[in-house]
Design a protein around this ligand. Structure first.
Ligand SMILES: NC(=O)c1ccc[n+]([C@@H]2O[C@H](COP(=O)([O-])OP(=O)(O)OC[C@H]3O[C@@H](n4cnc5c(N)ncnc54)[C@H](OP(=O)(O)O)[C@@H]3O)[C@@H](O)[C@H]2O)c1
Length: 334
């Protein structure tokens, strides 16, 4: 036996991103992180508002436990720009958006403190604040980058026009021509706007696209990574054991809402000999835009199931992809 045979194997890099919105219980999150590392996941996604800071604190605590080799494999992105639970004049908690330099500056300082880091890889503007000019937010990012507190800028939940505004503003002022690193939007078999706006263009059945119609194609052209949040549809296509009805009434309702799609997901999973989660994620990976799913499960077994997605995508043919899409739509294609 050679030393190479006994050396720990580094898993192949995964296109998946590990979402940490539900992290707060360190024990449970540790299980998720271990499973993520074993699956080759190299990017953690958090936000200042997740669990009112508990997600970032948990990520920080777990990063501190990693050995240097594992730590170097992991990048971290956080988000800011949503003000949650701010009491209004009558004390009722309200939501608003703030992408101003002063707000982002303060929140980034807080995020870094909770994460126990000097710098995050990417700062993502969580939702658009129309009152703050894009150029001001870009300037705030450049200042933070110059101070060594962040490397890259991303945006989330924004339409194509605003994404391009960011891209152009950033390119114009950054000395090295750097553009946006990523755009994070809800995308999956349950939320198909980006796909349907392209394929059903000029058709009466075209869905409203929320201003993000051509986002996939535009981002691919601009070299901006698309990150899909909610990619498992919170489990609505994979709940219950294959073909059986789950005992929990809430899970039964979620399955019913997904129509016949769970059965088609199960069928394609059998055809490809992969997990059902892998099939749901492979539907995204098959898109020609380089989509990276941000998976939010904390269940180690489910994370391992998700890890089969790249293999499933490599073998999923166009007919299988269209069967999944049609089943999720609940009606045949025009
Ligand atoms: N940019 C944004 O505005 C935005 C918004 C929302 C989320 N995000 C990011 O995206 C990540 C993922 O979002 P998400 O959590 O909504 O998406 P998701 O990955 O589609 O769903 C994960 C959730 O579904 C549950 N689930 C999955 N499969 C299941 C099954 N078969 N049976 C029962 N439960 C199942 C998981 O529970 P278990 O843990 O028990 O598996 C978990 O609570 C978040 O962590 C966050 O990082 C971003």
């Amino acid at each position: 036996m050679t030393a190479q045979d006994t050396a720990p194997q580094t898993p192949a890099a995964s296109p998946l991103i590990l979402g940490t919105m539900g992290w707060g219980d360190v024990e449970r999150a540790r299980g998720a992180l271990r499973a993520g590392l074993e699956a080759g996941i190299g990017l953690l996604d958090t936000a200042d508002i997740y669990g009112a800071g508990a997600s970032e604190e948990t990520v920080g605590a777990l990063l501190a436990e990693l050995d240097p080799a594992e730590r170097t494999r992991l990048r971290v992105q956080t988000k800011s720009g949503i003000v949650l639970h701010e009491p209004g004049p009558d004390g009722t908690p309200a939501v608003r958006y703030d992408n101003s330099p002063a707000y982002l500056h303060d929140r980034l300082a807080l995020s870094l403190e909770r994460l126990g880091l000097d710098r995050v890889d990417t700062l993502v503007v969580h939702r658009p604040d129309v009152l703050t000019p894009v150029s001001d937010t870009v300037r705030a990012f450049l200042d933070a980058r110059e101070a060594g507190r962040v490397d890259a800028l991303g945006v989330s939940n924004m339409g194509t026009r605003r994404v391009l505004e960011y891209q152009h503003a950033l390119r114009e002022v950054s000395a090295d021509g750097t553009g946006l690193a990523c755009v994070q939007v809800e995308l999956g078999l349950h939320h198909r706007m980006l796909v349907e706006s392209v394929v059903l263009a000029n058709h009466p059945a075209a869905a409203p696209d929320g201003g993000a119609g051509d986002l996939g194609e535009v981002c691919a052209g601009e070299g901006i990574e698309i990150q899909a949040w909610g990619p498992l549809g919170q489990g609505r296509f994979t709940r219950g054991s294959d073909g059986t009805v789950p005992a929990d009434p809430a899970e039964q309702a979620a399955l019913a809402a997904a129509g016949g799609a769970p059965a088609v997901v199960a069928r394609v999973a059998r055809e490809l000999e992969v997990s059902r989660e892998a099939v749901v994620l492979a539907w995204l990976l098959r898109l020609p835009w380089g989509v990276r799913p941000v998976v939010g499960t904390q269940d180690p077994a489910r994370i391992a199931s998700c890890a089969q997605a790249a293999d499933a995508a490599a073998r999923m043919d166009g007919a299988q992809w269209h069967r999944l899409w049609t089943a999720a739509r609940g009606e045949t294609l025009p």
